[in-house]
Design a protein around this ligand. Sequence first.
Ligand SMILES: Nc1ncnc2c1ncn2[C@@H]1O[C@H](COP(=O)(O)OP(=O)(O)OP(=O)(O)O)[C@@H](O)[C@H]1O
Length: 494
Amino acid sequence: MFSLKELLPSLTTLLSATFVMLVSPVIKELIPPVIRDYLYAIFRRRFTFIIKEKCDLDRNEIFEAATTYLRTKATSDSTTCLEAGKTIRQKEPTFDIAMGQVVLDRFENIELKWKLMDKGSFLEQNYETFFELSFEKKFEKVVRESYLPDIMRHSETIKKEEGLVKIYSREPAGRLDGRTWSCANLEHPATFEKLAMDPKLKKMVKDDLDRFVGRKEVYKKVGKAWKRGYLIYGPPGTGKSTLIAAMANYLGFDIYDMNLSGKVSDMLLKKILLSTPNRSILVIEDIDRGAELNDRTQRDELFTLSSLLNIIDGLWSSCGDERIIVFTTNHKDRLDPALLRPGRMDLHVHMSYCTMDGFKLLTSNYLGINGDHQLYRQIEGLLANVEVTPAEICEELLKSSGSSDDVLSGLVKFFEQKKLEKAKAAGLKELLKSDDTDVDVEGFVKFLKQKKLENAKAAEAGQLLKSDDIDVEGLVKLFKQKKLEDQRLQRPSV
Ligand SMILES: Nc1ncnc2c1ncn2[C@@H]1O[C@H](COP(=O)(O)OP(=O)(O)OP(=O)(O)O)[C@@H](O)[C@H]1O
C-alpha cells in the first residue's frame, strides 16, 4: 500500500511543473494574466508597491515625483508608447509614460519595473490611476528607504531644470467638499527682471527669498518654524499676482491658491492647509475680504480669520518645511494689526502706481527701448502727477502698433487724459463741497441720476467723470450762469 504522502507529488515537483508551464510560451498564453503575474511573484519572490495618484483624497507626492522622474527613463526598450506634449513655455517637448506602459529602471543593481495602470470609471466617479512598482522581494527595504526618496529628490531637480511650476487651486466646494486641489502648469512668464517695481524693493524681496531657502539648519537651531510670510499690498493692477508668479518661478515652488470663498469649516481648513506640501507658496488673496467674512462666517459656524491664523502659526508651521505664505490686499489699512505682526507677515511689500523706473522697464520689455528717449522727460513729469498702474500701461502698450515713437506719443496722450480726469474730479469734489456758491447740489445729483448713473455722490464723482457723456465744465458754467441770473432777478429793476 502506498501512503498518501507517497501518492502526492512532492512540492518541488509541483513547483517545477508550474515553472515549466510559465516558461512554455504556449501554456503561458493559456493562463490568465492575473494568475500568471501572481505565480511569477511567488517564483521570483517579487514585491509590488502600488502608488496611487491620490493618497486619502489628496495628491500623492510619490506618484507625482514618479511621473516626473519616469519621463527621463521612458525611453527604455520595454516602452512602446509615450504621451508627447509641449506647452508654450516649455523649451523642449516632454514624453510621459502612457497608460499600460512599462518602464524599466535600475538602482544599485536592482531591477525595477514600473507600470502605469488605471481602474474604475469616470461615470461612477471611482476612476483612479496608479503605478505598480515591482522588484525582487529581498530589496524591499532598499527601495523603500533609498530608491523612493531618491526619486523624490530627483524629481525636484528635474522640475527645477525644466522650470515647471504648478498652480493648485482648491476644487469648488461641493466637489469632494472643496478639499482637494486641481492643478495646472503655471504658464506665467513673470520674472523679477520683467517686473516693474521699485528696484530697491525688488532687490530686497529677492535677497529675502535667497536668505530664506536652504537655511533649514539656522531655523532649526533657533527653534523657529521654517516659514516666511509676505504681505503684498497695493491698488489693483500694480502687479501683486505678477510678483507672486515671479517668486514661484524664481524658487521653482508650486503655488497653492487658497480661495476662501464658499463654505469652509475650521476642520476643512485644517485639512486643506495640511495638504499643502513643503517648498510651496500658499497664497491667500484679498485677505481684507477674508476679514470681512469673519463675522458672517462666525454666525454660520465656519472658519474665522483668527482660526486661519492659528492654524498657520501652530499646526501648519510645525509640520512642514520651507513654506512661504503670501497674503495680498488692496487695503492694508483695513487689516487687523494682529495680522501684520512679524512672524505672520515678515515682509511687507508695497506695489505702487507706476514710477519712471517701472515705466522704463515696461517699455524695455514691450518696445525694446533700452536707453533714453526724447519723450521720457515729458512722461516723467506726467507720471509724477497721475496715478497709473503698470497694468494700465501694459494694456496701452499691447494695444498700440506702429513705431516706438508713435506708441510713446499715444501714451503721452493717455497720461494727459488721466491728468485731466484727475483735475476734473478734484474740481468737481470742490464744487460739491463748497458752501459759498449757489450751486444746486441736489439738482446736480438729480441730473446725474437722470443720466442713469445711480448713487451719484461726491465720492463717486471721479468714477462718473470717466463717462464721456457728462460735460462737467459745461455744468459748472451752467451753475455760474444760474447764479448770475438769480442775482439779476433779486436786483430791483430800474
Ligand atoms: N509691476 C508690474 N510689472 C509688470 N507687469 C505688470 C505689473 N503690474 C501689472 N502688470 C501687468 O498687468 C497684469 C495684471 O496685473 P496683476 O494681476 O499682477 O495685478 P494685481 O495687483 O494682482 O491686481 P489685483 O489686485 O486686481 O489682483 C499682469 O498680467 C501684468 O501683465
